[in-house]
Design a protein around this ligand. Sequence first.
Ligand SMILES: [Zn+2]
Length: 611
Amino acid sequence: MAGRIPQHFIDQLLNRIDIVDLIDGYVPLKKAGANYKANCPFHGEKTPSFTVSPAKQFYHCFGCGVSGTAISFLMDYDHMEFREAIEKLASGAGMEIPEESQGFKPKQTMSQGIDLYQLMNEVNDFYQTQLRQNSDKQQAVDYLQKRGLSGDIAKRFGLGFAPEGWDNLMSKLGATAPAQKALLDTGMLTQNEKKRTYDRFRHRIMFPIHDHRGRVVGFGGRVLDQGEPKYLNSPETPIFHKGSELYGLFAARGGIKEADGVLVVEGYMDVVALAQAGINNAVATLGTATTPMHLQRLFRHTPNITFSFDGDRAGRSAAWKALETSLPSLQDGFQVSFLFLPDGEDPDTMVKKVGKEGFEELIRNATPLPDFLIDSLQKQADINRLDGRAKLSKLAKPLIEKFPNGVLKKLVLDRLAVITQVSAQDLMGVTPRAHSADQQNSYPNSRKPDRKAKQTLQRAATMTPVRRAVSLLLQYPQHHAEFAVLQSIPEDQLRGIGMIHELRLACESNENMSTATLLERYREASFRQTLVQLANHEHNNIDSLADDEATALIQGTIAKIIEDYNSAEVAKAEQELESLTKRQVASQLSSEEVARKEALITYIRASYKQV
Ligand SMILES: [Zn+2]
């Protein structure tokens, strides 16, 4: 991992640049009142619902619900990683990224003065040369031809050949001690217990693995004889992390964009065979289960992910794992589906049978995640029995909880409610109030604009005073001092009050705080989406309040929070007083209890006088 970028630098950077200029460079913007508008670059539309606010330094689409800062825009529109986006903005603004010294660990990409990326390039060249020139190359060439791969495809994927023998690579690239050490660090050489060093990959077809910038970071090797293991991957190294890389992603970027979707398969041979058949949007995990990091990478390229698995038991259980990993990232608009192949088939054999069009048809008809989820649950419980329905709702709850709040979650919950005949509220064990608060800022699952639905949702909702305060503070951070009176309410006494304290302290530390700089702090937070929605909430049904209107609304909101809090406190005191009085009738109170009773009476009386 690269060093963490200090928060104060991100604040400065976002204050220095103008999101309007940035986005206008990609999507021409038109002025509309205090904001700028354009047809949304993230979903197809004819009337503009994509809005950029210079005051908030924030964009938002009322059609598909996307929103974010300048950093998010580059990540979503240009598929950049977080750090790359910051690097690009910083270089445009003429700023240099400082590294945070505390806990900062530079990525070790050098070994013995040798650049590991450069070294992997040389290794890659070596294997490719062997496929063309080695005297034993024929077996490898025959194998590729038998699998139906053309020379073009072999070239496109950079396929190579590791000949038989223990030291082909080592004698070519590891002649000196430092070079040998560097090759060990990249996992291309390995050592046995007796410290004998030798080539890790022998007598194999070599598949170079590229990172998201197209650099070779590792290899997969398919054995050419009956040797074991059949497939061998590079180990984890300073530059190769299986949990975050996907085989073929760099090469598939164009294909994913064109197909508006990505297919995740299990092996690199499948990716290459699919490309041979003309399907260019496949990637493979590298012998690990799908991770949240994989999903994050993929969703940066497309909202549509299809996983392909064998239809057998092992395939289904792997699919279930992928489902569980996917749930937390299923924001509205993102779709995950499962393609189950017939027993004994893999994508390679299947595409040979049904051809390109046939296979694309299979992808189109893949099982949507919600269907797979509900079908699998139904298989585990007999819904014709009362106790079966109870079992189903018990199995469903932890899964539903993993969905981010939004329309999809609600739809799945509603369907389960129909099946189990248990109300959605009882299914989740939530209070109706919390439930409606969750829904109120959600957008319809469809990527088409549906303003009416959104307005209905907003009107139906009751926004709690605390949520309104968080929303106002996010939108009008220059008013942060007015929120200081809420300090007297302890964090554990009122839900959400801690969030207000936190945001206010952030504003105190930086007088130029904007909606964007505040939200950027919560990029990784589980409740980020809620904050984004609150940052977009239209108070008094207009998108930007004048300064005095904002002041009035903030003061009214704060007064309401304090009033609610006090009356809750008084109610608690009254309850305690009542129980003490009841006990007094039955038995003697201790002297502490008598004193407590006096204090409660005084407190309650004083509170009535205040009103
Ligand atoms: Zn949109």
